[in-house]
Design a protein around this ligand. Structure first.
Ligand code: LLP
Length: 414
């Protein structure tokens, strides 16, 4: 928990200066709670480490797209990395500047490309030649020149969960580094494009900086070769992917020294650096609050049944992800070993398996930690469960930034 906005104060778990028990009492559970200050601090850590070199930190909207969080980041000066028209709509709604938006993704539709062109985004990170041709055609029709980068697949093993590793030759992402120079030469002849960037993103939750630095080195070398070949590359987009310690005893890698190493690599060569961090900005600034409904003992096991489930936070079920779970009131009691599960009708509905945890009883409140990224955005209505409320803490005050869904919300549009 060190280095996060969460700490015990007089045996009660706080987010900054707000007592989470008060929030749970007033807002109900399950509820996501985020720290405004924590988010700004993490964004500024990127900005600070890159000060003095042309750069843009484009927050990856997919990690947490709540309008209030986007607004906080827009006010802090962030750009945005989007992967859909819906995300662009959110950025604009939140007051983000479209001119600071990069649009990634393997399957941009015609409508999405037009919307992005009309909104005046900074540029597209393209993932296939067919997409490049489509952007050129649509830009021509709208009388615009579109700035593009090609997302390069650098064939670097990101050493993370296979579902969120993206930089190997077998993955659907990017254009193979062996083939990409031809793609650049052909794209450079298209009339409605400015071909001016090289991009990559090799995966997410990376705890070792080595693969990120290897990919950056490959990208830089490519950008220099392209320049020599007459393609005036100005932007190097090194993606996101910086991981966070989900286990409190995991070591924390040093972001500033990682960014320093990349900076040393590219400094003085006239590139503007782009990064697309998501998780490292918001993950540790959010928790999912939940209440214990039941304790249940079978001949083999102990279960703690919460009111939060896999539909609220799917990461444990989907990626075997570990999230620490803390009682909001630090107990004087001993510990038990239990599976911590939700009410959904699947054995895969768990938040923790075989976890040693302070003894909990029905009515007790817990926080599922490190849930600010890929938590609420991946929530669903499975089992017709309304999605949780979302709360933003600022100092000792807090407000609801997304209302808990109602039963009427569940059937809207049916
Ligand atoms: N840029 C691109 C092109 C991406 O695909 C992603 C994440 C990011 C940036 C941001 O990566 P980050 O800094 O957050 O690692 N749902 C999964 C994570 C999926 C990540 C998808 N792409 C999870 O819960 O772990």
């Amino acid at each position: 928990m060190d280095g996060t906005p969460f700490r015990y104060w007089d045996h009660q778990l706080f987010c900054d200066d707000a007592d989470l028990t008060d929030i749970a009492g007033a807002a109900g559970t399950p509820a996501y709670v985020y720290s405004r200050q924590g988010i700004v601090k993490r964004f500024e850590a990127y900005d600070l480490a890159l000060a003095g070199i042309e750069h843009r930190v484009c927050y990856a909207v997919k990690a947490n797209s709540n309008l209030s969080i986007l607004r906080v980041l827009a006010e802090a000066g962030a750009g945005f990395d989007i992967v859909s028209g819906g995300e662009l709509f959110r950025v604009i709604r939140a007051g983000g500047d479209p001119a600071r938006v990069v649009f990634a993704g393997v399957g941009k539709t015609r409508d999405e490309i037009e919307y992005a062109l009309e909104s005046g985004i900074h540029g597209f990170n393209c993932e296939s030649e067919a997409e490049i041709a489509l952007i050129d055609a649509l830009a021509g029709r709208l009388g615009k020149k579109a700035s593009i980068s090609v997302r390069v697949n650098p064939d670097v093993d990101a050493a993370t969960h296979p579902y969120i590793s993206t930089g190997l030759r077998d993955h659907k992402f990017g254009i193979d580094i062996e083939q990409v120079e031809g793609v650049y030469q052909r794209a450079a002849t298209l009339p409605n494009l400015k071909v001016e960037g090289v991009a990559c993103h090799i995966g997410s939750q990376l705890l070792d900086p080595a693969p990120l630095q290897e990919a950056s080195g490959k990208l830089l070398a490519l950008a220099l070769r392209l320049r020599t070949g007459g393609v005036p590359i100005r932007y190097l987009d090194l993606g996101g992917g910086w991981g966070v310690p989900y286990r409190f005893d995991d070591p924390r890698a040093d972001l500033a020294s990682h960014l320093g190493a990349i900076r040393a690599m590219v400094e003085g060569q006239g590139f503007t650096l782009f990064f697309e961090p998501g998780r490292s900005i918001v993950a540790e600034c959010g928790v999912l609050l939940s209440r214990v409904l039941y304790r249940k003992t079978t001949p083999r096991k102990e279960f703690i049944v919460l009111d939060a489930a896999m539909n609220d936070l799917i990461r444990p079920a989907l990626y075997d992800a570990h999230h620490e779970i803390l009682p909001l009131r630090q107990p004087a009691r001993g510990t038990i070993r239990a599976d911590i599960v939700g009410p959904v009708c699947e054995t895969g509905d768990f938040l923790a398996l075989d976890r040693e945890i302070p003894e909990l009883f029905p009515g007790d409140l817990v926080a599922v930690m490190t849930a600010g990224a890929y938590g609420s955005v991946m929530a669903s209505n499975y089992n017709s469960r309304p999605r949780p409320a979302e709360i933003l803490v600022e100092g000792k005050t807090w407000r609801t930034v997304r209302a808990r869904e109602t039963f009427t919300d569940l059937v809207r549009g049916e």
